[in-house]
Design a protein around this ligand. Structure first.
Ligand code: ADP
Length: 392
């Protein structure tokens, strides 16, 4: 059965077509700059990369072109072969603790939750509408970033604000990257050969979050109401003293929008280093002895360590730690520094084993108190799997 996995952003969308249940990737790619000048798309098929320019006015334009390419490249002979389209939806509120087949009431809910994810949920809906329009015979499935975190208990999801804010306005922790944390934790359990485990999963990409997972269920995660909490990230500040916001508004005369933009787009690695939001540039700066890059690197590592320590206590121990996403899968120096700090827990790593990039592997030694693994995440596969399960 052919399944399409879609991750729509406001001006882009990534796709991957699978033959399921084998999980064979048939084609993958992305459309960029939708609705802007210079729009284009690129895809990979049979190991070959192809890039084309196209006038993409809407997500529907992109979807139509994708269908043409699927036929032209013989991924399908007939569009009816695509039985399901899985959509990444960032915010599913408290209602959705698992993936669901999309109908109008689900779309209405996704629209309603847009206040909590104003950049992401409307883009998800554009992807869903485009799919409904272009391949009406396929089922559409919503796979929520927040679903895996719905097992978190009130002690961890309620903020110490007046209780009514949670009741009336749903101001609480939701958590994000759930599909990724679920995927790597399931892989880790497969490696350990059991499911009664205590895991700490570190998704370190341009957005970054850490989760504590006990017996396959998430008990805490570092992102909150929005994806700007917990760790320091590429351009996001993560946890800061909340009163800094009112201070910037009242004493520095900034508007709420300016503060929001600063905290989301001009902070994190970029804000501290003054150089870049990309960990590769920060590491190059560290090698050159750039003080602000060294500071940004050290701060990033410190926040990761703090969360690992916190979750170690909360889980009452830990059977394995997992690194994933861009930085977690590929940054040897950041991982090494984190592993150094973990020695206080009896973690022993191997410099040689820690050289791996973008592949599954253990980076600790046999006598390490906790094994630490690199497991490349695969959210697209998770989306396709849930869609297939609901389509059969
Ligand atoms: P996103 O969160 O946007 O999905 P990724 O998980 O792909 O992103 O992570 C992207 C980030 O990973 C980049 O911004 C960069 O900071 C980091 N990254 C990618 N490759 C490397 C590398 N070789 N070394 C260090 N950092 C890397």
């Amino acid at each position: 059965m052919k399944i399409l996995s879609v991750n729509a952003g406001s001006s882009s969308f990534k796709f991957q077509a699978y033959e399921m249940p084998e999980a064979k990737v048939l084609i993958s790619g992305n459309f960029e700059r939708i609705g802007e000048e210079g729009s284009f798309y690129s895809f990979k098929i049979n190991g070959e990369k192809i890039k084309k320019e196209a006038d993409l006015k809407s997500h529907e334009d992109a979807f139509n072109i994708l269908m043409e390419e699927l036929i032209e490249n013989k991924v399908v002979e007939d569009l009816n072969e695509i039985k399901g389209v899985g959509h990444r939806v960032v915010q599913g509120g408290t209602k959705y603790d698992k993936s669901v087949i999309i109908d109008e009431s689900v779309i209405k809910d996704i629209e309603e939750y847009s206040v909590l994810a104003p950049l992401h949920n409307p883009a998800g809906i554009m992807g869903i509408r485009a799919s409904q329009e272009v391949i009406p015979n396929a089922i559409n499935v919503a796979v929520f970033d927040t679903a895996f975190h719905q097992t978190i208990s009130p002690e961890n999801y309620i903020y110490p604000l007046p209780y009514e804010l949670m009741e009336k306005y749903k101001i609480r922790k939701y958590g994000y990257h759930g599909t990724s944390h679920k995927y790597v934790s399931e892989k880790m359990n497969e490696i350990l050969g059991r499911t009664d485990t205590k895991l700490i999963t570190c998704h370190l990409g341009s957005g970054a979050s850490i989760s504590a997972i006990k017996n396959g269920k998430c008990i805490n995660t570092s992102m909150g109401l929005t994806p700007n909490s917990g760790l320091m990230m590429g351009t996001r500040c993560g946890d800061i003293d909340a009163t800094i916001v009112t201070y910037m508004i009242n004493s520095l005369g900034m508007t709420a929008e300016e503060v929001d933009k600063m905290m989301n787009k001009q902070s994190g690695l970029l804000g501290v280093s003054g150089k870049s939001n990309d960990a590769r540039d920060i590491e190059a700066g560290v090698v050159e002895g750039d003080e602000r890059c060294i500071l940004a690197h050290n701060m990033f590592v410190r926040k990761v360590i703090n969360h690992i320590a916190m979750y170690y206590m909360e889980l009452g121990g830990c059977d394995a730690i997992v690194f994933t996403a861009g930085i977690g899968e590929r940054s040897v120096p950041i991982r090494e520094d984190i592993l150094e700090h973990l020695s206080v827990l009896g973690v022993k790593y191997s410099k040689e084993k820690n050289q791996i990039q973008s592949e599954i592997g253990c980076v600790t030694t046999e006598d390490s108190s906790i094994p630490v693994y690199v497991i490349p995440t695969d959210e697209e596969f998770m989306i396709a799997k849930d869609t297939y399960d609901l389509a059969i």
